[in-house]
Structure formats: C-alpha cells, structure tokens
Design a binder for this molecule. Structure first.
Ligand SMILES: Nc1ncnc2c1ncn2[C@@H]1O[C@H](COP(=O)(O)OP(=O)(O)OP(=O)(O)O)[C@@H](O)[C@H]1O
Ligand SMILES: [Mg+2]
Length: 318
C-alpha cells in the first residue's frame, strides 16, 4: 500500500515559557527524530502520555507548526516548504479535528455559516451547496434544522459532529484527529468513535488518530505507534501491540487500560518522569522495570521483531 504521509527524522524544540517542570527560557526538545509512515486508507493510531509530543506531530503534519528539521512527504513529495496555492490545496486535502470543538468552530456564527465558509474560501460555493450541506449533515447524524443554530445551542456531542463535518466538507484525503473524543462523556465517546469509523469507510479516508487513551486508539486503529518523550518507541499492527507488546512502556500503557474481569497484573512504573534533553541512553531508563547498564549509555536502535512490528529497546535484538 502506498503511503499518504511520511515523516522522517522530525525534530522540534520550544523555548520553555511557563512549564514549571523546566527552567524558564530553556530549550526543550519536544520531538527528537520522529519517523512514521501512514498508508493510504488506514487508521494510524498515535498514543502516548501527556506532553510526549503527539499534538506537536499532528500540528506539523497539518502545517499549523513549522518543524526545526526532518522531512514531511505527502504522496511521496516533500512538502516542507510549499506555499500559496500548493499549501492551500494541501490544507484542503489534509484536515484536522481537535479535542475541543469550541477551538475549531466560531462561537459567534451559525452552523450554516461555519460549514459554508470553507466552500467559499476554496471557491466551490454555489447554488447546489445547500443540498450538499443537508446531505453531509445527515452523514454525521444531524439535520438541516441545525443549520440556523449557534454552537452553544448544541450539545457537546453535536458540536463535535459539526467540527468533524467541517473537516470533511472539502472531501479531504487525510484527517488528523487529535483527541477527538477526550472532552466528551464516556457514553458519547462511543457514538463519536463509531461515527468516525463509518465516515472513514464511506468517504475513503485515511486517519492519523491521536490519543493518550490506548483503549480509544486501539478501537479504531489498524496500526499503532507508541510515543515516549518525543520518540516513537514501538510500532505495529493493533493486534500485535495489544497482545504482544514489546517495549516495557507499551506494556505499562496496556496494563493501565481498565478492563472488567481483567486479572490485576498492572506493571508499576517506578522513578520520576525524566527531563527532556537527556541526550544519551534510553529516555525510559529511569522508569523501566527492566533497565540494564547499556540502557543508561546507549540510545536503542530500532529493531524489527516481526512483520510490521518494530521496537526501540535494548531487551531485543541482542
Ligand atoms: N507553543 C509551545 N511553546 C512551548 N512549549 C510547547 C508549545 N507547544 C507544546 N509545548 C510543549 O511541548 C511538549 C509536547 O506538547 P504536545 O502538546 O505535543 O504534547 P501531547 O503529547 O499532545 O500532550 P497531551 O496528551 O497533553 O495533549 C509539552 O512539554 C508542551 O508543554
Ligand atoms: Mg495533545
């Protein structure tokens, strides 16, 4: 299968302004060489704890942020420096859904205005647009009666349906969904996840699905990458990751997914969260239950375990 987006060696740092964990005005390396390859038509899950760099990765792919270095390929073409028309077209094809719909939809405008705006910007608004909008509203489980309402007149779930629709309205190829259900009640989360699943097959979409919640990610994804402190530490098909996790950190993530009837075999994580900028050794060293001497000294290379399953950990490939 062809890749739709590929990133290679992606690096990004920020100057710390107000994160009290780090010194003020100190440079924090947030992405430390991220590689991933999203295949056309798949749901690619990106999971990891808060602050590991998931949103930064998504924002760079959607060009909301500029990387420090690394390559971003779209359909095998490097798009790091595209501008004007090409950038506009890329943004049409690569859309983002955010965690909090209030950030992505204008609270002062009606739903009709919000949904028509992208069509107008791209010069494809005409007299057939009304019918188009009505049909698309049905696709996300809403009706034309919602068009005249304002965002605050909708429930949280309905608002998220609108922000999903505003990402869909231009017929994108890839959707970067950044924690699309995290702000919703658990009962609504399942509805929205099922909607995303249906839309993916009906619209032939590819998703990069970002979440800190492995349960949510594994529900939708074909493949998963686990991110830890700005690096991908394990990638594999969802079944392999869930049933045969290799990296100790992936095991921790899986053992902390609550499941009814599950034996209490949680792995306890020890040590403090290490600081960024630890250039040598494995970033998980100080918390790893299996840490060895080599882990402190050498950054692990990527090892192929089986088909489509890679890990960066010194426990393997010795
Ligand atoms: N604009 C910015 N300026 C300074 N630091 C930033 C900026 N954006 C992100 N960071 C820092 O970069 C790190 C990674 O942030 P990012 O939002 O990518 O994490 P995340 O994995 O999406 O976390 P979460 O699960 O909480 O959404 C964090 O330490 C964050 O504080
Ligand atoms: Mg985030």
């Amino acid at each position: 299968m062809d890749s739709i987006v590929e990133i290679k060696g992606l690096k990004k740092s920020f100057i710390n302004r107000n994160n009290s964990l780090f010194k003020k005005n100190k440079k924090i390396n947030v992405l430390k060489g991220v590689d991933l390859k999203i295949k056309t038509g798949e749901v690619y899950g990106l999971v990891g704890e808060s602050g590991c760099g998931k949103t930064t990765t998504g924002n760079i792919i959607t060009r909301l942020l500029k990387e420090d270095s690394g390559d971003i390929l779209y359909k095998n073409e490097r798009i790091n420096d595209i501008k004007n028309k090409r950038l506009k077209n890329y943004r049409k094809e690569v859309q983002m859904i955010f965690q909090d719909s209030s950030g992505s939809i204008n609270p002062k405008k009606t739903i009709k205005w919000i949904l028509e705006e992208p069509l107008k910007i791209h010069g494809i608004y005409d007299k057939t647009s009304n019918e188009y909008l009505n049909d698309r509203l049905e696709d996300v489980g809403l009706g034309k009666e919602h068009l005249k309402r304002y965002p605050h007149e909708l429930s949280g779930g309905q608002r998220q349906r609108i922000s999903i629709l505003s990402a869909l309205i231009l017929n994108p190829k890839l959707i970067v969904a950044d924690e699309p259900v995290s702000s919703l009640d658990v009962s609504i989360q399942a509805q929205i996840l099922n909607l995303l699943k249906d839309l993916q097959s009906n619209y032939n979409l590819t998703y990069l699905f970002i979440s800190h919640d492995l349960n949510v990610v594994s529900y939708l994804s074909d493949r998963i990458s686990v991110m830890y402190m700005g690096k991908i530490i394990e990638t594999g098909d969802v079944e392999n990751i869930m049933k045969m996790p290799a990296h100790p950190y992936t095991k921790v993530l899986i053992s902390s997914v609550p499941k009814i009837n599950r034996k209490n075999n949680r792995i306890i994580i020890k040590g403090d969260i290490p600081k960024y900028n630890s250039d040598i050794g494995c970033d998980f060293y100080s918390r790893c239950p299996y840490a060895m001497d080599i882990c402190k000294k050498n950054d692990p290379d990527e090892i192929n375990l089986e088909k489509n399953h890679t890990v960066k950990c010194h426990l393997f490939g010795r």
